[in-house]
Design a protein around this ligand. Structure first.
Ligand code: HEC
Length: 158
């Protein structure tokens, strides 16, 4: 985990010095926030067909469901240690919706990341079976999103 963070930071620093024409430093923490938001957006994007089948706005199709679940499983199986670096929260920069409490031990961040991956792998196994099996597995995956967003993602006042 730590090694990956170091490598990621080195890669960021290397790309900075390659672009050294401008002496402006890019803030590595903002790079992490941006990447984490993109990661979340990709998961949501690839989940969309499954959500539509779940609601009935798209007919269940085993091949489409399997493909979507494969992409989600691939995404959530990526090493995420570089995406959840402590100090990359909303207290650091308001562009982030991540609340600082996510990094407190009680939040069990690693457990939540593991649950996201494990329910994605279960969905991958279930998605091509039939609609009801896919729906049950999707509900479990969606539960892991809610478990993290509920307390640890900032909600703008309406
Ligand atoms: C471990 C906690 C956690 C889990 C699990 C999680 N999220 Fe998130 N999600 C966050 C946090 C924190 C943010 C805010 C990130 C930021 O702004 O720095 C976020 C932001 C998002 C965003 C907004 C991205 C943007 O561009 O601002 C979407 C969409 C999203 N999550 C979808 C999902 C979906 C779908 C799932 C489940 C399949 C999921 N998330 C699971 C914590 C989580």
């Amino acid at each position: 985990m730590r090694a990956f963070k170091t490598i990621a930071l080195c890669a960021i620093l290397a790309s900075l010095s390659l672009g050294a024409a401008q002496a402006q430093a890019v803030d590595p923490k903002l790079v992490v926030i941006d990447a984490r938001q993109s990661f979340m957006s990709l998961i949501a994007f690839y989940s969309a067909p499954l959500g539509a089948m779940d609601k009935g706005s798209m007919p269940y199709d085993a091949a489409t469901a399997s493909a979507a679940a494969n992409y989600i499983a691939a995404l959530t199986s990526l090493d995420q240690s570089g995406l959840w670096v402590e100090g990359t929260d909303r207290a650091y920069d308001e562009s982030s919706l991540a609340l600082p409490a996510l990094w407190e031990p009680a939040a069990d961040l690693n457990g939540k990341i593991a649950a996201l991956r494990d329910t994605s792998l279960a969905l991958q196994a279930a998605a091509g079976t039939d609609l009801a099996t896919m729906q049950a597995a999707l509900a479990n995956l969606n539960g892991t999103c809610k478990a993290c967003h509920g307390d640890y993602k900032f909600k703008p006042p309406k």
